[in-house]
Design a protein around this ligand. Structure first.
Ligand SMILES: [Zn+2]
Ligand SMILES: [Zn+2]
Length: 178
């Protein structure tokens, strides 16, 4: 079995929503999923008041400060907008072959594009991006298979072409059985 996954809801994200990711993540990674208590005091430390966004690299560092050393992968899930300095925004960020990752659901919500809310699509996008960032923590690079969750995506339209599943090649690389 691959390393367990610790999911940390970062408030104000809905912890009920985050907990709904646990079962599909268990099916995909076939490992133990630990759902942590929500954290409510971590985001203010990484807020950039000139960009009005939250620094994802700093957020990963904060998670590591609180949880490492850890034999689990740690994924923080937040509803606020994340960035790295060279990009307008990121859907998430991960330590490649490391411990921690973060995912933002902010830009996965149709309503920020002026469209009607679509809870099923929102869930699917959130699951895909969570699988993607976790895949990086297990050492996976971007995958050429357009349906694989490890395919790279810079816009929601790209995410919508993917599935939440890892292709066989990616599964083989990290040692997940069929
Ligand atoms: Zn990636
Ligand atoms: Zn793949």
């Amino acid at each position: 079995m691959i390393a367990p996954i610790r999911i940390v809801p970062l408030l104000p994200v809905s912890s009920e929503f985050v907990s709904s990711l646990a079962h599909p993540l268990h099916s995909i990674f076939q490992t133990e999923i630990i759902l942590d208590l929500p954290l409510d005091n971590i985001l203010t430390a990484v807020y950039d008041d000139s960009r009005l966004q939250y620094n994802s690299t700093d957020l990963i560092r904060e998670l590591l400060n609180r949880f490492s050393p850890s034999s689990s992968k740690i994924i923080g899930i937040t509803s606020v907008d994340l960035f790295v300095p060279i990009l307008t925004y990121v859907f998430g960020e991960a330590q490649l072959d490391g411990t921690a990752a973060v995912v933002s659901t902010y830009r996965l919500d149709n309503t920020i594009y002026g469209l009607d809310a679509d809870p099923i699509l929102f869930f699917q996008r959130s699951l895909i991006e969570t699988v993607h960032e976790l895949g990086h923590t297990y050492g996976l690079y971007h995958c050429k298979d357009q349906e694989c969750a490890m395919h790279s995506s810079t816009a929601v339209e790209d995410i919508d072409l993917k599935s939440a599943m890892l292709c066989k090649n990616c599964r083989d690389q990290i040692g997940i059985g069929d």
